[in-house]
Design a protein around this ligand. Sequence first.
Ligand code: NAD
Length: 390
Amino acid sequence: FDVPDEPIIPFIHGDGIGQDVAPAAQRVLGAAAEATGREIHWMRLYAGEAARERYNENLPADTLEALREFNVGIKGPLTTPVGAGFRSLNVALRKRLDLYTNVRPTFHIDGVPSPVSDPGAMDMVNFRENTEDVYAGIEWEAGTDEVEQVREFVEEEMEFDESIHEGAVGIGVKPITEFGTKRLVRKAIDYALAHDRDSVTLVHKGNIMKFTEGAFRDWGYEVAAEEYGDEVITEDTLWEDEDGDAPEDTLVVNDRIADNMLQQILTRTDNYDVLAMPNLNGDYLSDSAGAQIGGLGIAPGANIGDGRMVAEPVHGSAPKHAGKDKANPTALILSGRILFQEIGWDDAAQKVYDAVEATISSKQVTYDIHRQIEGGEKLATSEFADVIVD
Ligand code: NAD
């Protein structure tokens, strides 16, 4: 992404703990920019609750227009009230801007407690498809005409017995397209090649869902085999090879079934590098991977399309902690670091990482990390940001 040295960067603070972590992240990112001879002009944008107050709508046209115009942006979490009549705003925003890749790096920061014995081995980048799968939101409530139309067919297929036959049925659709899969897998492979990674693993449930997740695997392999020449090799080709080792400087594309993958990231973490996944697998897997490296307060992410991105932490709005100046801003700060990397500000990105790591490893931490370590100092969100900036 090309941006000027003094860019305007749109920032949606977000709901719930967004009001706490956004100003903290803004200060840290602003300081890193300044320390590397740049200046960021933040443009405050509204979505969610703040937008309802100002614009009387959840996702105002002004917000979408600014994100389109400036190409890069950053956002805090947005609440999706259960049963409130609209689908997730986050999903809507990703779809409206066609931010089809959700990138979630999972790496361990020194000093962060972890439930696994060797968290340092965790260094994965998760590529989650962002616009398809069950997140397309195509589903029908029990009792609607649409359900009634297909109900008989569903009952026959599922061999329902009488008692179930009498009850309600809800129905959903899971679209996975060749186009959506291939552009996601391309992003994962391009990233892996650019960052000297060893492998890209397609994570799917194709053994059960053959025409959706199985197709995801097949289309993923097609991209690997047909579009990258000698730079990329698929695992089945390796098995045909005598010693089964990939030639040096070759990226290996392999695949794993999703449930197996969830246990392998706990037990054989260092075997995995870059993962490419349909939407739902990516959602589960990246939260779970986040737990290994200190929890949601730490886990960063970004939504990336072609020529456009919005950085965004993995966590949600955690309403019960909102407005208390206690939430951990690290996830949002490190999402900003991804933004810096994507706009070529590698020195500023490094400064952000070094300062966050130095602060956390000195045991000056927010409540979520503090309760998992011995000793140390429990800081408010704003105090934690002060230490990082210092
Ligand atoms: P959540 O991620 O908001 O919170 C789950 C728990 O994780 C919290 O109770 C808290 O203990 C911990 N946590 C999360 N972020 C933290 C932080 N920065 N510092 C310290 N602890 C943190 O998940 P939820 O409670 O399931 O969802 C709340 C709302 O957020 C829902 O409306 C949901 O739809 C929305 N959500 C939004 C996004 C997004 O904006 N991208 C992502 C996930 C959930």
